[in-house]
Design a protein around this ligand. Sequence first.
Ligand code: ZN
Length: 183
Amino acid sequence: MIYPIFVYGNPVLRKVAEDITPDYPNLPELINNMFETMHNAEGVGLAAPQIGLPLRLFVIDLRALSEDKPEYKDCKKVLINAHITEAFGEEVKDEEGCLSFPGIRETVSRKNGIKISYLDENFQPKEETCEGYIARVIQHEYDHIEGSMFVDKISPIRRQLIKSKLTSILKGKTTAKYKIKTA
Ligand code: ZN
């Protein structure tokens, strides 16, 4: 099932998400639906707040990039109750988009590497060190479960320049190739 994606301005995107327990109702189905929703929107990551649930849950799928980056050929992950325990390395600038901001791409500076602990879809504890693009994707999704978003990280000048685009999202005047839900 494909969920509508909640866009900028919806208050759920500003909540600090809460941990989930293994008995959360229909969790496997929710996870499958999140993947389906993300693939339908051609995203590489989706966090539960983006479908209206303030839960510490996000999914990523980088397999589509494996032609250029073979190391991502099996990179499909579910991250539950994640915590970034360390961010390290250089600050790297790169362009990001977000399914909650249709039509907006901005340069965001992030640390090149992270250490993250989380539970996988079977609630097995994992600890990983990631660098490069995957570290960027995880930091982006992690921001969502912390109630923050990539536009918080762009310069005031850039924010001013995209103000009219942001306003049209707020007013529900934006369009996307996928179903969206405004405030
Ligand atoms: Zn996003």
